[in-house]
Design a protein around this ligand. Structure first.
Ligand SMILES: Cc1cc2nc3c(=O)[nH]c(=O)nc-3n(C[C@H](O)[C@H](O)[C@H](O)COP(=O)(O)OP(=O)(O)OC[C@H]3O[C@@H](n4cnc5c(N)ncnc54)[C@H](O)[C@@H]3O)c2cc1C
Ligand code: FES
Length: 345
C-alpha cells in the first residue's frame, strides 16, 4: 500500500507508491514543482521535509551537503516515503513557484524523429543529429535536454542535452559519450544509422543562461560541451554583449573536438574567449595550448570570480571540484548553475 505525501505551502495531499520518488508522484498527479535532471544532478528540486520518515536514493550523495541533510533538505527526485505519511515544504527552496504554476502541472511532449547525422567527434564521442518528423517543432531553451528511448527497449529512456541553438526547433542535435556497457550509446555506436526512427520526450531541465549583466564563465568536460555550445550559439544569435569565458577540459589531444568551430565563434564574437586545456598533454609537440586540470586553468585565468556567474556541465567530479574553486575565489553559490551528467538509465 502507498503512503500519502502533502506538499506545502499548497496543502495538497495525494498517494505516493513505495518505489516512487516524490517528484514522480507530483508529476503523475498532474502537479508541477521545479526540477531539472531528475537524477540528483542539478539540485533544482530541493525541498524541506517537515514531517514523516523518508529514504534518500543513491544519487542524492552527489548533490546534498551534510549541512543540507541536517536541515532536513532533500531532493524530491530521489526521496521516497518510508513508512507513514510525509509532509514536504517547497516554500523556501522554490519561493517563486506560484500556486497557479503548481496546479497547472508540467506537460512534456513526445516526438518521433529521424536520424539524419551520425558523426565521429572523437574515439568515444558521437554527434547524433535528429530531425523531428511531420514538421513538428519543440520549443526549448538552450541548456535543456531531451529523453531518448533506447532502440528496441522503448520503456528505457536516457537524457541528452541539446547542442543545437533553440531557434532550430525542428531538430535536436546531441553529443553522446559512448559508455562501455551503455545501452543507448552502444546502440548508437554499433547499429543506429541515418534514416532510423527514435522516440524523444522533452524539453526538460532548468539549465540555461539567466538574465543578468554579470560576466559568465562556462566550464565543460567531455560531452558536457553540448548544452554550452547551444547556449553560446544562442547568445551569438541574440546579439549578446556580456563577457563569456569558456574553459573546455579534455585529457589528451585525441579527446578534443569542435575546437575550430569554437575558435571561429570566438573570432566572430569579441565577447567570447575560448580556452581548451589538456590535463594529460603527454609532451605532445603539436599542443601549445593550456595544460592542467580545468580547475587549475580556471584558477590561473580567473583568480577572482567575485561578481561572475558560472555554468558548468559534465562529469560530477569535475563539477564538484569547479564549484569549490569558484566559491573560494568569490563566486556566489546562487550564481553557479550546473548539470551533472549522472547516469540516467
Ligand atoms: C540532465 C542530463 C543531461 C545529460 N546530457 C548528456 C549529454 O548531452 N551527453 C552525454 O553523453 N550524456 C549526457 N548525460 C548522461 C547520460 O544520460 C547517461 O550517461 C546515460 O546513462 C547514458 O546512457 P547509456 O544507455 O549509453 O548508458 P547506460 O545504459 O545508462 O549505462 C550507463 C552505465 O555506465 C556507467 N558509467 C557512467 N559513466 C561511465 C564512465 N565514464 N565509464 C564507464 N562507465 C560509466 C554507469 O555507472 C552506468 O551503469 C546527461 C545526464 C543528465 C542527467
Ligand atoms: S531534478 Fe532533482 S536534482 Fe535535478
Amino acid at each position: 500500500m502507498g503512503n500519502a505525501v502533502t506538499i506545502l505551502p499548497f496543502d495538497d495531499t495525494f498517494d505516493v507508491e513505495p518505489e516512487e520518488s516524490i517528484l514522480k508522484a507530483v508529476l503523475r498527479q498532474g502537479r508541477y514543482v521545479k526540477y531539472g535532471c531528475k537524477h540528483g544532478g542539478c539540485s533544482t528540486c530541493r525541498a524541506h521535509v517537515v514531517d514523516g520518515d523518508y529514504r534518500l536514493g543513491e544519487s542524492t550523495s552527489f548533490a546534498l551537503s551534510d549541512a543540507d541533510r541536517d536541515a532536513g533538505v532533500v531532493l524530491l527526485c530521489s526521496t521516497f516515503a518510508d513508512s507513514g505519511d510525509l509532509v514536504v515544504d517547497v516554500s523556501k527552496t522554490m519561493d517563486d513557484l506560484t500556486e497557479e504554476q503548481y496546479l497547472a502541472g508540467h506537460h512534456v511532449q513526445e516526438f518521433t524523429a529521424t536520424v539524419d547525422r551520425v558523426d565521429l567527434l572523437t574515439h568515444d564521442i558521437r554527434w547524433l543529429g535528429l530531425r523531428l518528423n511531420d514538421e513538428s517543432a519543440m520549443s526549448f531553451v538552450a541548456g535543456q535536454y531531451v529523453e531518448v528511448a533506447v532502440p528496441d527497449a522503448p520503456d528505457q529512456w536516457r537524457s541528452f542535452s541539446m547542442a543545437n541553438p533553440s531557434m532550430e526547433s525542428g531538430r535536436v542535435d546531441l553529443i553522446v559519450k559512448l559508455l562501455p556497457e551503455g545501452r543507448f550509446s552502444t546502440a548508437l555506436d554499433q547499429r543506429l544509422k541515418v534514416g532510423d526512427q527514435l522516440q524523444l520526450r522533452g524539453p526538460l531541465g532548468q539549465f540555461g543562461v539567466q538574465l543578468s549583466h554579470r560576466p559568465m564563465v562556462m566550464i565543460a568536460g567531455g560531452s558536457g560541451m553540448a548544452p554550452i555550445l547551444a547556449m553560446l550559439r544562442d547568445l551569438a544569435a541574440t546579439g549578446n554583449r556580456r563577457e563569456v569565458t569558456f574553459l573546455y577540459g579534455a585529457r589528451t589531444a585525441r579527446d578534443l573536438f569542435l575546437v575550430e568551430v569554437l575558435q571561429d565563434l570566438a573570432r566572430q564574437n569579441e565577447w567570447l574567449t575560448f580556452i581548451p586545456a589538456l590535463s594529460e598533454p603527454n609532451g605532445d609537440p603539436a599542443w601549445n595550448g593550456e595544460t592542467g586540470l580545468i580547475t587549475e586553468v580556471l584558477a590561473r585565468h580567473l583568480p577572482s570570480t567575485t561578481g561572475w556567474e558560472a555554468y558548468l556541465c559534465g562529469p560530477p567530479l569535475m563539477i564538484d571540484a569547479a564549484v569549490e574553486v569558484l566559491t573560494t575565489s568569490g563566486c556566489k553559490d546562487r550564481h553557479i548553475h550546473f548539470d551533472r551528467f549522472v547516469p540516467s538509465g
